[in-house]
Design a protein around this ligand. Structure first.
Ligand code: SF4
Ligand code: SF4
Length: 81
């Protein structure tokens, strides 16, 4: 999963949109004002630049299952001797 922007903390400075190397985050101007969104979540490299550099600490990362280190015990076979 891509970064998650906590809207209540975000000051819409646009810095995360500027620094993202893949333009995953976009700042848009609407009739209601400036908005900041994770527009292309599937393109995220999980480099964490946006998370680290957000001055408001409004960004957190959610990693896809394939990025997590999982330790699973091998499933025991049942009914076989
Ligand atoms: S850098 Fe942080 S505060 Fe600025 S627009 Fe991005 S999420 Fe919001
Ligand atoms: S983690 Fe990296 S690639 Fe993903 S949105 Fe943030 S800056 Fe862009």
């Amino acid at each position: 999963m891509p970064p998650v922007i906590e809207k209540t903390k975000c000051k819409k400075c646009g810095y995360c949109a500027q620094i993202c190397p893949l333009d995953v985050i976009k700042m848009t101007e609407t009739e209601l004002g400036t908005d900041i969104d994770v527009k292309y979540p599937d393109e995220c490299w999980h480099c964490r630049a946006c998370e680290k550099d957000c001055p408001e600490h409004a960004i957190s990362m959610r990693y896809p299952l394939s990025h997590m280190m999982l330790h699973m015990e091998p499933q025991q076979k049942r009914g076989k001797s």
